[in-house]
Design a protein around this ligand. Sequence first.
Ligand code: KIV
Ligand code: ZN
Length: 511
Amino acid sequence: MNSENKRLVRVLDTTLRDGEQAPGCSMNLTEKIEVARRLEKLGVDIIEAGFPASSPGDLESVKAIAGIIKDCTVAGLCRCRESDIDAGREALAGAASPRIHVFLATSPVHMEYKLKMTPEQVLEQAAASVRYAKKFCEDVEFSAEDAFRSDPDFVCRVFGAAIAAGALTVNFPDTVGYAMPAEFGGRICYIREHTPGMEKAGFSVHCHNDLGLAVANSIAAVTNGADQVECTVNGIGERAGNASLEELVMGLRVRKDYFSADTRIDSTQLYAASRLVSQVTGVKIQPNKAIVGDNAFAHEAGIHQHGVMVKRETYEIMTPQSVGIPLNRMVLGKHSGRHAFEERLKALNLPLDGEMLEKVFAEFKDLADKKKVVSDRDIEVLVMDTAVTVPETWKLDHWAVNTGSALGASGVIRLQHKGGSFEKLVSMGDGPIDSIFKAINKIIGREPELELYEIGAITGGSASQGETVVKIALNGRHWNGRGVSTDIIESSIRAYISAINVMEWDLGKKE
Ligand code: KIV
Ligand code: ZN
């Protein structure tokens, strides 16, 4: 219960596991750590940091996050296999509050075709895995994958066995996003009432968004007694994603008159968390996305603008500040001093000090020299880029391109390798970007495939900075890079080099 006598619903954030495993959402270790720190600040109860047995990289990142995070439980996902649970136990050894999360499918289609197991074998393996995990970790969660398409009475039996074996939370996922809200709420009620020992365990739900109902279904579950929701920042995740954390939290908070439940999330941190996740994954937030989209608080129609000016409540059900969007979109420029800059950082929920502040302030001064006004978005990008870095194996020294409609394009680039020697190359290509990227490939001696190249403006207007996002792949592995500059070719080069540096860092650990 909180101070308003509301039942507290726990938030398990799975941005770093279910979110990160979605195509195009991968993050490197430093990015994952930065996101985990943000989630801790946001006040989530449990951070699901990864799936340790799925790859050595995942094990390493769960271990790193477990060693850093102190104010949240850190969970690792494991199949119901001893080897997976061993990997989970190793990854979580340093956690202040570890949780092993085991899962096994219970729906007929999964049991018959994927697992090739009978229901009785599933029941036995679920209980045995919880018992095994319990030897190393007090806090064990059991998930019945594809629970919504499973026989409800069978789920009750499996949940009952998991609870008897020591599970402290049982999770009911709608893995394929098939449920309708009233139906889902009814099912949660049924399972809660018919599971033996349910009063000894927490009841969680995990909804996917294939029909756009993940948040609605999760809220229906809360009204029917669920006391944990699993979700991701910006709703990223497999296919159409998971329930969006910010929508769930604000749904319960804004309609506190209607719900008897709330979360312990600090909603003023939602916007900063959303921007960070978008930044590190390269997945843009749609402008009309509820709560955190650019247009979520924009009033275009004259009648709406007039109404909001006279009385905000005419068209606004929550304030931008309540989700951490700064009140006045103040702009800074080249005459702004350190004090104004620091104040702006605080207003944006991005307080910095020490070396980081010095670095970002220097970058800000550089940018303010090139651009008349520096917007909040520009500052957010500067902070993220400075906070989330890997070693600069390759650094841009200078570049030039020659292009036109009659001629092909040629590019020349000079890169510095590990702070030492310089390498310069000229290359022809199919346009300026292609020619420069080819020259870079020749210098670094690798030819990653360019899977995505996206260019946009950080703010409106021709003085805006260009922001480029690239995704590259080599031997089935993928890396993201982002670059920002007042020149769009330079932002593209910076994005490509940043992806290459992540790739070099990642491959360097194995070579
Ligand atoms: O969607 C799902 O069923 C899952 C489980 C592993 C919790 O992600
Ligand atoms: Zn899932």
